[in-house]
Design a binder for this molecule. Structure first.
Ligand code: PGA
Length: 249
């Protein structure tokens, strides 16, 4: 069985001092044979985190990449720049970017393509809003979001990571039940299976208020290969408890 992947999403939090202190605590508490661990830091801190985690079991990721390679795109950061600083992963299509920055399925697919081309593993986020779930549209929405990425990146789709993050569960303290999450993960796995014979090796993460108390149960589900952790990744004790659960799963 493949190792689980636990990725922290620090969002727009941290400082040079706070990052160093958090990483010091997490590194000191890692189990002997940990699951795969990554922390997705604000772009400006990727180099710092890469330096502090060099030679350790923690990989560094970014939270977004530009849809462009280079040029007159003021304020943008390209996938190759992030790779240059040490980023191994990049979240793309997080619901906060879809919601606050108007990112479309087509744009997210291009961002995944740019990450792959730079040798950065895209963590492609999909997930329905509460209104969409209540309207019975969950499957249709996540399939549409993933389809755009598969359409553009079909030839290397086995290189991506998928994160199922129901929007209603992010930062709200409301978690999808293990059964609810597994149901959607199975849909995503089947969709990946029709795109590649290597779908089993793709990590499908759950994200949305995953914490020390609910991680083990979620991670016990067949198609839940890890977690994308927001709030709980900022507290060493909580992040370590999730890593411990994933390492034992
Ligand atoms: P949360 O965030 O764990 O704080 O709910 C998850 C995410 O947005 O990736």
């Amino acid at each position: 069985m493949k190792k689980k992947l636990i990725a922290g999403n620090w969002k727009m939090n941290g400082s040079l001092a706070a990052n160093a202190s958090l990483l010091e605590q997490v590194l000191a508490g890692l189990p002997a044979d940990p699951c795969i661990v990554a922390v997705c830091a604000p772009a400006i801190y990727v180099q710092q985190v890469a330096g502090l985690t060099q030679g350790t079991a923690i990989a560094v990721g970014a939270q977004d990449v530009s849809a462009h390679d280079a040029g007159a795109y003021t304020g943008e950061v390209s996938a190759s720049m992030l790779r240059d600083l040490g980023a191994r992963y990049a979240i793309v299509g997080h619901s906060e970017r879809r919601q606050y920055h108007g990112e479309t399925d087509a744009l997210v697919a291009i961002k995944a393509q740019k990450a792959l081309a730079a040798g950065v593993t895209p963590v492609v986020c999909v997930g329905e809003t509460l209104a969409e779930r209540e309207a019975g549209r969950t499957e249709e929405v996540v399939r549409r979001q993933l389809a755009a990425v598969i359409h553009l990146n079909g030839h290397c789709i086995s290189e991506i990571v998928v994160a199922y993050e129901p929007v209603w569960a992010i930062g709200t303290g409301k978690t999808a039940s293990p059964e609810q999450a597994q149901e959607v993960h199975a849909v995503l796995r089947a969709q990946l299976q029709s795109a590649t014979p290597q779908a089993e090796r793709i990590h499908i993460l759950y994200g949305g208020s995953m914490n020390a108390a609910n991680a083990a149960q979620l991670l016990a589900e067949k198609d839940i290969d890890g977690g994308l952790i927001g709030g709980a990744s900022l507290k060493a004790v909580d992040f370590l408890a999730i890593i411990a659960a994933a390492s034992a799963a």
